[in-house]
Design a protein around this ligand. Structure first.
Ligand code: ATP
Ligand code: MG
Length: 386
């Protein structure tokens, strides 16, 4: 029996912008929401019916969350899998702690890609300095990434030779790392796959992503530079990866397209994803509503892209002039553009590199969406992409 809209209460571990947009989608369907997050200024806590301000492993808070909610999800990739496991003793939890634990550890994540038959970059797992000597030459130049707790390009070092590798391993604290071969990227893309507890899985159209300084900057759908056959391969690979984890919920799988045209999986995130924000205005069901549907056992169906779209990430940088003076971006100008939908996350303090919101620009054609995006970039002072 699904947990029905208008009746059930849903919980979220983590209170950032992803939690906020999940809560908004759930509330719009008629669910009541409870957020657990230690931050009093949590973006999701500000919109949920209740905000439990406590640590993710606070036993009393977890007990309260379980008592108040019929089903619980997470929005924060580094939420302790143990917290999810403890809730799962009495409540539906999606995704499950064991699936999240695989995504939290690059070594386990890569092993899962290999087991799923989806090619990833050649790599080695480094647990101690003793492992450095065994690294094969083909992995250099490479990227050294901490196995755990990396995001937005943090916890990574590019290395060209063994001396740099040893230094980088030390700089990253000697913690478990994965060394990946540096691949010649043509472009980056990602795929949202949604799987229900019954094993049914649906995917969204492929997103083409552009990063700046390790942070997602622009997502375009339909992916302008990805051949159809490769898009189909990416969607099938994402389904295989989700199936192998018996995953329940929205999973985002990131891929590289190499200069020789090959598709290689990079990493995955066990939740709705920044690159999936375009679904809020360009699809008939958003990634956040899909998360609600998956965790409550409501029907999943193929989502439909009804408009070509460009998503621009709005970082805190936009709140400052070149001279470092504070300013307010020209929202009125931006909202006058055809197809513009603004999403701000309610964060009081803008900081350089902080994700403050995003802007979706839809159009009747890809060119129309791009034209709006061009104008938005000009108004906001973002680099022109097209
Ligand atoms: P996020 O969680 O924000 O997506 P992250 O910190 O987990 O990022 P990755 O996605 O692993 O980091 O890498 C960040 C970026 O670095 C990638 O989007 C890609 O541009 C580049 N990159 C990562 N691995 C490789 C590789 N093996 N070869 C070439 N470029 C890479
Ligand atoms: Mg990434």
């Amino acid at each position: 029996m699904p947990l029905l809209p208008g009746e059930a209460t849903l919980g979220v571990l983590g209170g950032g912008q992803l939690g906020r947009m999940f809560v908004q989608a759930a509330q719009s369907l008629g669910y009541t929401c409870v957020v657990l997050d230690p931050d009093a200024a949590s973006p999701a806590g500000a919109v949920a019916q209740a905000h439990l301000k406590a640590d993710y492993l606070d036993a009393a808070a977890l007990a309260q969350l379980a008592q108040r909610c019929h089903a619980i999800t997470t929005e924060f990739e580094n939420v302790p899998a143990r917290a999810l496991d403890s809730l799962a003793a009495t409540r539906t939890v999606a995704p499950a702690g064991r699936a999240v634990a695989v995504c939290q550890d690059r070594a386990r994540e890569k092993a899962h890609f290999v087991a799923s038959g989806v090619p990833c970059a050649p790599y080695a797992v480094l647990r101690s300095t003793a492992d450095l000597a065994g690294v094969s030459d083909e992995l250099l130049p490479g990227i050294l990434k901490t196995a755990r707790l990396g995001y937005d390009g943090k916890g990574q070092r590019r290395v060209t030779d063994r001396t740099q590798l040893a230094l980088a391993f030390q700089e990253l604290g000697g913690v478990e790392c994965v060394l990946e071969q540096m691949l010649p990227l043509a472009l980056e893309l990602s795929v949202l796959v949604v799987r229900g507890a019954d094993g049914q899985a649906v995917t969204y159209p492929v997103q083409q992503n552009l990063h700046r300084d390790g942070i997602l900057a622009v997502t375009e759908v339909p992916a302008p530079d990805v051949p159809q056959a490769l898009q189909a391969q990416a969607r099938q690979s994402a389904v295989a990866i989700a199936q192998g984890l018996s995953y329940v919920g929205v999973l985002c799988v990131e891929f590289f397209v190499l200069k020789d045209g090959r598709l290689v999986v990079n990493e995955m995130a066990p939740r709705p994803h920044n690159s999936g924000h375009y679904t809020m205005n360009a699809c008939d069901v958003s990634q956040f509503e899909m998360q609600v549907r998956a965790m409550t056992g409501l029907p999943l169906r193929e989502p439909r892209l009804h408009s070509p779209v460009v998503m621009l990430n709005l970082l805190g940088d936009l709140w400052f002039t070149a001279e470092g003076e504070e300013r307010t971006p020209d929202w009125a100008g931006v909202l006058a553009l055809p197809g513009a939908s603004l999403h701000l996350y309610g964060k009081a303090q803008a900081r350089v590199g902080r994700k403050m919101g995003h802007l979706n620009l839809t159009g009747a054609t890809p060119e129309a969406a791009r034209e709006s995006a061009r104008q938005a970039c000009a108004l906001l002072g973002l680099p022109q992409q097209w």
